[in-house]
Design a protein around this ligand. Structure first.
Ligand SMILES: [Zn+2]
Length: 284
């Protein structure tokens, strides 16, 4: 079992990684670890997660009151305490604003499509919690129904929260969410999505134990969305990514009236390359 000192060093390390990867800007985000039944170690308010020292962290009780530490408690501590109270299996939480996943959250789109087997296996589905002002009881209430079922949640017009058996796993899930958001974005750029079937998703969920994965993270009947399933309203209202905007020129036209278009490998590569440049994200 890790000492409090080791947990402090973990929070500092993962905070720096969030900052280095561009998942937080300025003083965004927060991380915490459950120390025992009564206390949580958390990042303070108003500090860059890239510049924390172990001594900057604060220990709070389960009502959010500071027990030790010289800095102020984060205004988002209520979100962390809700998750710890509803999820006894959770010992680490990460909240950040990774740009692609937060873009989906700002577009009102959950990352709920069965597009990648590893995501179904690890997270099941990533739902979208309704918008509420950060740091308020309304935000906590918006998350409440989702926390028992999901390990990673998009928060509308805000960001992402992930939880895990320890801080390392909570952090890894944050990376997974952002990576999946980038992959999903590419499917939009390509104008095509090939969803897994319900049968294929069920097999993946059944395989979770074989891979040593525990916890809920299984999704629900409607999440993830599988091939042949009706799309939820938020997807239907989503504006399609147009080839013209990606290429900065003439969009390829359907050539036989069927709605299908044909592009060469070079044209497709140029479209994706250009669109990725526009997103300002070249990490994948
Ligand atoms: Zn936030």
């Amino acid at each position: 079992m890790k000492s409090e000192r080791q947990h402090r060093e973990d929070i500092v390390r993962f905070g720096r990684m969030l900052h280095q990867r561009g998942y937080v800007a300025a003083t965004d985000g927060n991380l915490s670890v459950r120390l025992d039944h009564e206390t949580v170690l958390s990042t303070p308010t108003g500090m860059s997660k890239g510049m924390l020292e172990p001594e900057d962290l604060v220990v709070v009780d389960m009502t959010g009151k500071r027990v030790t530490g010289r800095r102020q408690v984060s205004s988002e501590i209520g979100m962390h305490l809700l998750i710890y109270s509803l999820r006894p299996d959770t010992h680490g939480i990460v909240h950040a604003h990774p740009p692609t996943a937060t873009g989906y959250a700002a577009a009102g789109l959950p990352l709920n499509q069965a597009l990648v087997s590893e995501i179904v296996l690890s997270l099941g589905c990533i739902p979208l919690a309704r918008y509420a002002t950060p740091g308020t009881p309304e935000l906590v209430a918006a998350l409440e129904p989702l926390v028992p079922v999901y390990d990673a949640i998009l928060m509308a017009n805000h960001g992402v929260v992930t939880c895990g058996e320890d801080l390392t796993r909570a952090y890894m899930k944050m990376e997974t969410v952002e990576h999946f958001a980038q992959i999903t974005l590419v499917t939009h750029l390509l104008g095509r999505q090939q969803l897994l079937t319900q049968d294929e998703v069920s097999q993946l969920i059944d395989a979770r134990e074989r891979y040593g994965l525990s916890g809920p993270a299984k999704g629900t009947a409607a999440c993830p969305v599988t091939a042949g399933a009706a799309l939820p309203p938020s997807r239907e209202s989503a504006p399609a990514v147009s080839f013209a905007s990606a290429k900065g020129g003439e969009a390829p036209k359907p050539q036989d009236g069927s709605g299908k278009i044909t592009v060469t490998r070079e044209e497709l590569a140029a479209i994706v390359e250009d669109a990725l440049r526009q997103t300002g994200k070249r990490r994948w």
